[in-house]
Design a protein around this ligand. Structure first.
Ligand code: ADP
Ligand code: TRP
Length: 331
């Protein structure tokens, strides 16, 4: 039987190279072999971004970026979380078998409290409950997520098991992480350390134009040149080579490695090559983003169709849960 695969992405910013190579490209590959659900987690975004300005526009932008990268509405169910009200209803029910203590111990919650002590809303506390709802409402078996989401997935299994035990049923499957069969790629930032991220100011976005990409790459941190032969490569330069390995052909990578090893490398040339190869990959996507973003009709038809399919699957699960819990219709 085909796996039911599901993943969501928050609509809080534009997609960058890290999102593309670390997540999206794998989603695209999955579409042929599985029944896939991909959605924009706009409700989750509200936990940290409650302002209404740009709220809708951001959803549309991320949606266009998803589609431009290759998610295909003919193969997968692509929808916006808030357009499936069954999610909010099941989330209310799920809150009855999620405990405050375990939610308070979640790493992502503790981190948000530390970083934003002025906005510790209850939605933040129950973020893992909503995420578990997203997954369980389609009875997904596989969830492609990065390391940072593993704890949320583990909690989803706990909630599923607890419901099954509480009511003596085998209703919810326990979802596991999707195994890509290859090492997960981590795209480093251009600032010499860490990983590329939306809020780190160290990234290249899929929607960046050529001039911006070239400027960002040329400004990337390096070092003062190859050190002693056999000395380890500095972190900023290793990061540039890591990105080169992701975007360039093998012989190009070999060429620059050899130059580095012989001490003849010029970082300006390496960066120019890197910028050329990033542009080669992202500029066609950028063009599609602009096309799709301006095609309101296509966007709305896509999510309408996606919502219809998602609601069909969600309402069947919700009806099952309510029946098990003892709800009975009056009419
Ligand atoms: P960001 O770090 O920009 O806030 P998210 O945390 O929203 O991105 O991540 C969305 C998806 O993209 C996740 O699956 C995450 O693992 C992946 N991802 C984000 N940044 C990177 C990166 N630098 N390298 C690889 N994958 C990444
Ligand atoms: N919490 C995920 C993130 O920050 C987004 C998300 C919401 C999600 N619901 C989900 C991911 C369900 C996978 C499955 O990236």
């Amino acid at each position: 039987m085909k796996d039911i695969v599901l993943s969501g992405i928050r609509s809080t910013g534009n997609l960058h190279l890290g999102n593309y190579f670390g997540a999206l490209r794998n989603f695209i590959k999955m579409q042929d072999e599985n029944r896939c659900f991909f959605f924009i987690a706009d409700l989750h975004s509200l936990t940290t971004h409650p302002k209404s300005e740009n709220f809708h526009e951001n959803v549309k932008t991320v949606l266009a970026e998803y589609l431009a990268s290759g998610l295909d509405p003919d193969k997968s169910v692509i929808f916006v979380q808030s357009a499936v009200p069954e999610v909010s209803e099941l989330y209310t029910l799920m809150n009855m078998w999620s405990y405050v203590g375990e939610l308070e111990r979640t790493s992502s919650f503790k981190e948000k409290v530390r970083k934003h002590p002025d906005n510790v809303n209850a939605g933040l506390l129950t973020y893992p409950v909503l995420m578990a709802t997203d997954i369980l409402i389609h009875r997904a078996s596989k969830v492609p997520v990065g390391k940072d989401q593993e704890q949320h997935l583990e909690m989803t299994r706990v909630f599923a098991r607890r419901f099954n035990n509480m009511y003596g049923v085998e209703f919810f499957p326990e979802p596991t992480a999707y195994n890509f069969g290859t090492e997960l790629i981590k795209v480093p930032g251009l600032d010499g350390s860490g990983k590329m991220g939306k809020s780190e100011g160290n990234g290249i976005f899929l929607a960046d134009d050529e001039k911006t990409i070239r400027k960002k790459v040329m400004r990337a941190v390096t070092d003062s040149g190859p050190a002693e032969p056999d000395a380890p490569m500095s972190e900023p330069v290793r990061n540039l080579f890591t990105i080169l390995e992701i975007v360039s052909d093998d012989d190009v990578v070999r060429f620059y490695k050899a130059k580095y090893d012989s001490g003849e490398i010029r970082y300006g040339e390496l960066k120019k090559q890197l910028a050329d190869d990033i542009c080669r990959i992202t500029l066609p996507i950028r063009e599609r983003i602009m096309d799709i973003r301006s095609n309101e009709k296509y966007l709305s038809e896509t999510v309408k169709n996606g919502a219809e399919q998602a609601r069909e699957s969600a309402s069947a699960t919700l009806a099952g849960v309510k029946k098990i819990m003892g709800f009975k219709p009056f009419w």
